[in-house]
Design a protein around this ligand. Structure first.
Ligand SMILES: [Zn+2]
Length: 99
């Protein structure tokens, strides 16, 4: 038996290192569309966020996601990401791991 390699990535806000599938990949496509990348295969500049609500707050409100992606996030895309952040907050509150 040999160890299977699990790709690791870091959250751009808190820097926690974990397996890729525990993180949410946000991608800025060459068309300047910023979206959640469910497949992990979209081309463009990617940034990973963990599922802590605090990280999403910092990423969106603090503009740190835009700087990680090296470009401004359009209003409509920002609203979609904010909705995703709200889902993550709800999930965290349900699991009792807020913060
Ligand atoms: Zn984080």
């Amino acid at each position: 038996m040999r160890n299977r390699h699990i790709p690791q990535r870091s959250c751009v806000i808190c820097g926690v290192k974990t397996s890729k599938r525990e993180l949410v990949r946000i991608v800025m496509t060459p068309e300047r569309e910023c979206a959640v990348d469910d497949t992990g295969k979209r081309s463009g500049r990617g940034a990973y966020l963990c599922r802590r609500p605090a990280c999403w707050d910092a990423a969106l409100r603090g503009g740190r996601l835009a700087s990680a992606l090296r470009g401004p996030i359009q209003q409509s895309d920002h609203e979609r990401l904010a909705a995703m952040a709200a889902d993550i907050r709800t999930a965290a509150e349900t699991a009792g791991t807020t913060g």
